[in-house]
Design a protein around this ligand. Structure first.
Ligand code: SF4
Ligand code: SF4
Ligand code: FES
Length: 223
């Protein structure tokens, strides 16, 4: 089947692409993969974040190049965001504990830029305000679909670091909860079974470990 050809511009490079393919695939086919970072190629990791402008001048906002199909006349602007180290989570999180690791919490000027920038439609600014009020369960829920692209941090003139705080809240709530089923599993591994299984699975070179993993999955026991 013949796909119509469209022309797009990525970081100033004019590329002929096939209608319907993604920006990332068009770049790969043109031998220009270096212009957009990639990770999962499945819309999960946020590494391929770009901003887009359409032929008629309409702004497409931020998007994921591995998910966005090309359109004729589309302009693509790579948007690499430098990572920052994450802060260790805290047991029983409070606003004071959050503020201690992210003093930026109270800097928000409610400009809304982070919400507009988020390619996952997370209400980022509202969530920052929820975190200021200590509504951590709701804030954690907001960031469930965060792909860590870092755009909310990059666009924030006040350096609030919204998604870093959101992830801190999620991790802190997670480590503060009880998991009876997991505790039971840990207790039952006191007989050394889990240790034996790990030792079995991690022994040998790559091919041997693969063979052992397949065997273990099929039989459910050590062979
Ligand atoms: S971009 Fe920064 S200052 Fe603006 S609403 Fe978001 S967190 Fe607040
Ligand atoms: S909350 Fe921030 S880091 Fe998470 S997906 Fe939205 S813009 Fe990206
Ligand atoms: S490469 Fe991971 S979201 Fe696009």
């Amino acid at each position: 089947m013949e796909f119509p050809s469209v022309q797009i511009v990525v970081a100033g490079n004019i590329i002929q692409a096939r209608a319907g393919e993604t920006i990332v695939h068009a770049l790969w086919a043109a031998g220009l993969a270096r212009h957009v970072q990639t990770g999962c190629i499945g819309g999960v990791c946020g590494a391929c974040t770009v901003s887009v402008r359409f032929k008629d001048g309409r702004k497409g906002g931020t998007d994921l190049a591995c998910m966005r199909p090309v359109e004729d006349g589309m302009e693509v602007f790579p948007f690499a965001v430098d990572p920052v180290p994450s802060a260790p989570p805290a047991n029983e999180p409070t606003v004071e504990k959050l503020r201690a690791v992210y003093p930026t919490l109270d800097r928000c000027t409610k400009c809304g830029g982070c919400t507009v920038a988020c390619p996952m439609s997370i209400p980022v600014m509202d969530s920052v305000l929820r975190m200021q009020r200590g509504e951590f369960e709701a804030a954690a829920e907001d960031f469930t679909t965060c792909i860590h692209c870092g755009l909310c941090r990059a666009v924030c003139e006040d350096k609030v670091k919204p998604h870093n705080m959101g992830i801190w809240v999620r991790r802190s709530l997670g480590m503060s909860q009880d998991y009876p089923a997991l505790d039971q599993r840990l207790v039952s591994s006191g007989d050394g079974r889990a240790e034996s299984e790990w030792e079995y699975l991690l022994t040998g070179d790559e091919a041997e470990r693969l063979r052992r993993a397949k065997s273990f999955r099929e039989k459910g026991t050590l062979s």
